[in-house]
Design a binder for this molecule. Sequence first.
Ligand code: ADP
Ligand code: ASP
Ligand code: MG
Length: 409
Amino acid sequence: MSLLVMKFGGTSVADLARIRNAAGKVLREVEAGHRVIVVVSAMAGRTNELVGWVNEVSALSDAREYDAVVSSGENVTAGLMALTLQEMQVEARSWQGWQVPLETTSAHGAARILAIPRERIDARFAAGMQVAVIAGFQGISPEGRITTLGRGGSDTSAVAFAAAFGAERCDIYTDVDGVYTTDPRITGKARKLDRISYEEMLELASLGAKVLQTRSVELAMRYRVRLQVLSSFGDAPGTLVCDEEDIMESRIISGIAHSRDEAKVTLLSVEDRPGIAAAIFGPLGEAGVNVDMIVQNISEEGRTDMTFSCPVDQVTRAEKALRAAAAEGGLAFANVVTDTDVAKISVVGIGMRSHAGVAARMFRALADEGINIKVITTSEIKISVLVDRKYMELAVQTLHDAFELDKAG
Ligand code: ADP
Ligand code: ASP
Ligand code: MG
């Protein structure tokens, strides 16, 4: 019997009526003869509320208790979804992460999935269960404590179940009807893509397009999961995330991603000698700072400036680590300057591999709007720039027009 994974995000299960709507979609697949693993998120807004409570009680919260609290939203939805399906005469049962068990590392708040043993769920399917409703976003550590997979982690739960159970498809139901050329909230000209390659989706996700959690795309790519993003509020076909070879449309740029909460840190007048980069980025790594872009200026009289970007909420930690390294004598610089009002805009497309001039077109378009570029990085299929945050929307709209993404390729 074929098996499908269907994941419903927060807005798709925001209240009882929406849970019923989602359950209706599951019922349709059951009636078509499929077994279904449903993965649910917490009801819209619930996880934010839980995170808020934790922060209010304890700003430097114990990560194990953070997970104990924030994982609970999914438990409620899973139970309600199972009950709703039962009311529709479907044999459904809810499963919390530990009951499966979805085994993870003990990196609380950002745990990685280690394994999903199939035995318990397979046994229940064999005994007549039609639908397993899984609480997304959560698992259990080797120490036996509840873990969570990072914000947006239910996508990753869904893809991991699809891989573990060899599902025919993994459908991610959300509040948009697919993956768009850019976040449709930023421009009405954003166009839905019928297909996007795993590689491009991976870049877009990791550069800020939150429609799929980055790790879910990584897993889908590795295990060749047929991943589809579609709306739970209609029957429109969605976007298939697939191999490059399966895309007919020829386009240079597929999408534009933005990331609002970035910061730029500059170390002024750093002594320029072998090992200096290691002396800076070693302590930052140890402090858990996720450094993204890095630029080193040309050196004058043995001194240079070093600039890097990181998430804005890690700036204080970064500054502290750098000052501590300086105090210990491993690093010498004149000052640290931080800019916490920047955003990152990235254009992504596999067509860049074979087309020159993409960067020039991007920089020209931004210049024509008077948007100053602060830092640039590139890779084979993406170009990212850091700009003042107040220009973020304008930059995305400008680039969307410049690359004519509203038109099909
Ligand atoms: P869910 O709660 O279903 O997991 P999310 O809020 O995590 O939903 O993700 C869906 C949102 O992602 C959309 O509402 C949209 O604003 C945003 N988004 C960002 N970039 C894109 C994109 N390129 N295509 C579609 N949606 C995008
Ligand atoms: N509820 C979790 C979050 O809001 C996980 C998810 O929705 O994917 O981050
Ligand atoms: Mg999400």
